[in-house]
Write a protein that binds this ligand. Structure first.
Ligand code: FMN
Length: 200
């Protein structure tokens, strides 16, 4: 059995707003020398183009220079992570669109990201979704509830206003930290991101 640290974390990037969270999640994992296996939907690439300064393909090229980073195209349904026999630590879908939430909640596998999430559920591995949409319709809420009842962590990217974030980067950092705690890579929140009442 490989050591836990040697097992990869799967990162799925779907087409919700919040490309910066995807970027920071992968950067943070690689900084910690945690192997990453990633895939990214076509919609996610389009949203990335709207939200980020650096094109996705340039960032992907930089990630691919890291020996612990592996990337599979979204249509590659014979990639290793499409099988439960490929051991992983779990998966973070960040950001997670409502379309992907619906597909995963109903076991509809139309791409590699859906399949990798489906594998996490069937193998009872940690699956953390960072869904982003507002307002949420009853359809979104029912799908999220279905997933939460299956043991999936639904970690919406809400700022902790009481930590007084000074920038979008602060909010991104907080959400990514929480997602990495939820997937079991970080033992707990760092002191910087922990609530210390000012009245103490
Ligand atoms: C600029 C932009 C922002 C979007 N933001 C969201 C979002 O926050 N949440 C969401 O569920 N869909 C959002 N969408 C729509 C999704 O990209 C779309 O539903 C897509 O089919 C999702 O596919 P995927 O889940 O395969 O990535 C956005 C689309 C665009 C172009």
């Amino acid at each position: 059995m490989p050591a836990q640290k040697a097992l990869p974390v799967v990162v799925g990037i779907s087409g919700a707003s919040g490309s910066a969270m995807a970027r920071r999640t992968i950067d943070r994992l690689l900084e910690m020398e945690v192997p990453v296996v990633a895939t990214c939907s076509s919609a996610a690439r389009q949203v990335w183009q709207e939200e980020m300064e650096q094109p996705f393909r340039d960032v992907l090229e930089t990630w691919l220079e890291h020996p612990l980073f592996t990337y599979y195209p979204i249509g590659d349904l014979i990639a290793p992570l499409a099988s439960g026999t490929y051991a992983t630590r779990g998966m973070v879908v960040v950001p997670c669109s409502m379309a992907t939430v619906a597909a995963v909640a109903h076991g509809l596998v139309t791409n590699l990201l859906h399949r990798a999430a489906d594998v996490c559920i069937k193998e009872r591995r940690r699956l953390v979704l960072v869904p982003r949409e507002t307002p949420l319709s009853p359809i979104h809420l029912e799908n999220l509830l279905t997933l939460a009842r299956l043991g999936v962590t639904v970690l919406s990217p809400e700022p902790a206003f009481y930590l007084r974030p000074k920038s979008v980067d602060d909010i991104v950092e907080f959400v990514v930290e929480r997602a990495l705690v939820a997937v079991g890579v970080l033992p707990a929140m760092s002191d910087k991101l922990t609530y210390h009442p000012r009245s103490e």
